[in-house]
Design a protein around this ligand. Sequence first.
Ligand code: AMP
Length: 455
Amino acid sequence: MAADESHDSPTETLETAAEEEEAKTFKDLGVTDVLCEACDQLGWAKPTKIQIEAIPLALQGRDIIGLAETGSGKTGAFALPILNALLETPQRLFALVLTPTRELAFQISEQFEALGSSIGVQCAVIVGGIDSMSQSLALAKKPHIVIATPGRLIDHLENTKGFNLRALKYLVMDEADRILNMDFETEVDKILKVIPRDRKTFLFSATMTKKVQKLQRAALKNPVRCAVSSKYQTVEKLQQYYLFIPSKFKDTYLVYILNELAGNSFMVFCSTCNNTQRTALLLRNLGFTAIPLHGQMSQSKRLGSLNKFKAKARSILLATDVASRGLDIPHVDVVVNFDIPTHSKDYIHRVGRTARAGRSGKAITFVTQYDVELFQRIEHLIGKKLPVFPTQDEEVMMLTERVSEAQRFARMELREHGEKKKRKREDTGDDDDTEGAIGVRNKVAGGKMKKRKGR
Ligand code: AMP
C-alpha cells in the first residue's frame, strides 16, 4: 500500500494478486444474491478487475477513486455497491451519478436499470438537449438514482420546485477528468454545496490530472485508490497501424480501407462536425451504410445514430471526439483516425473503442504531410513505433474517379442542407435537421452512383 503523495487525505493503492483475482465471483466480493443473479442474466460470468478491486471496498463504506476507462466494467463497479446499499436501506433520491455527456448518462442508466430490474429500481436521466419539463416530472416522482450532466442538474436544482438532493447517500463522479475538462468545475462545486457532506463518494477517472486531484480533496473522505491499467497503455489485442498519405487522397484511402476490410464494423473519427457530416454523405453516395454522430445533431438524432449502429443496421459510424469516450459500443472491429487527434490522449480514447473485452481489433491512423509532428507525439505517448498499414497504391488510385464524383455530390448536399437549415431557422427558429437531409438526398445521389457504377 502506498500513500498518495499529493494531499492531506492519504489514499491507498491496492495490489491484488492476479491469480487470486481469477477465481473471484460477484458473491465472493460480497454482492447480494439478487444482484449476483442480475449479473448472471447480463452474461457477466465473473467480475472484471476494477470490480474485484472496488466493490468490496465500496461495500465496506469506503470512498473510492477508480482509475479506469470505459470498457473496464467501471459502471458495474459503482452501480453494484450502490444497488446493494439501496436494497439494505431503501430510499428515494439515493444516489447521484454525474457524467460529462448525455450518451454516457443514458448508458449508465441502462446498466442501473438492467442490474436493478428485479428490484424495481427507478432512474432519471437529467441531461441537456432534452425537454426540461418531462425531466421535472421524472424528478417529481423521486427516482432512486439520478444520472445527470452537471449543467442541466443545476438548472433543476435551481428551478424545479420540490426537487433537492438533501438526503443523498451516494455521489458518483464518472469520467471526472472529462467533466472538469469540459469546464463544469463551477457546476460541480455548486452541486457539492447542496448535497450532504455525510455521504459516500466514488470518483472515476481515466487519468489523474491536477484538477481531478483538487476535486478529490474537496469531495472525498479518506479514499482508497483502485487502479486497473497502467497509464496510457493500449491493449495487446489491438493492432495499430498508420498510413502516410497526401492530404488530398484521404477520402480515396478511406474508401479503399472500407472495401478491403468489408464485413467489419468501423468507427471513423473526424476532427469537426462538418467533416463528419461531409464524409458520411460521401460514403453514403458510394453505397456504404454510414451514419454520423456529432455535437451539432440534436440529442434524439445522436441517440438514433448510435442505436442504429449498435443494432448493426449501419456498419460505419463517423464521429467527432464527442463520441470517442464513454460510449459503450461493443462490436467495433476497426477504428480509423481519418483526422489525426490533436491531443494525443484522445488517440488512446479513440482506439479504446476496439479490441475490448478480450476481442481483437485494428486501429488505422491517417497521417498526412501536415500531421507528422502530432503522429510522433502519439508514438511517444504509447511508447512504440507503429507499422504501416499495407495498401496497394494502384488499386487505391483506381478509385479516385468514383470518389471525386461522390465528393462533388457530398459538397452539393452539404450546401443544400446548409441553405435549408438557414431557411428553417428563419422560419421556425429550429436549426436541426442534420440527418433528415442526408436521408432524402442520399437516396437520390446513392441511386445514381449505384446505377453508374453497378454497386
Ligand atoms: P463500462 O466500462 O462500465 O462502460 O462497461 C463496458 C461493458 O462491459 C458494458 O457493456 C458492460 O455491460 C460490460 N461489463 C461490465 N462488467 C462486466 C463483467 N463483469 N463481465 C462481462 N461484461 C461486463
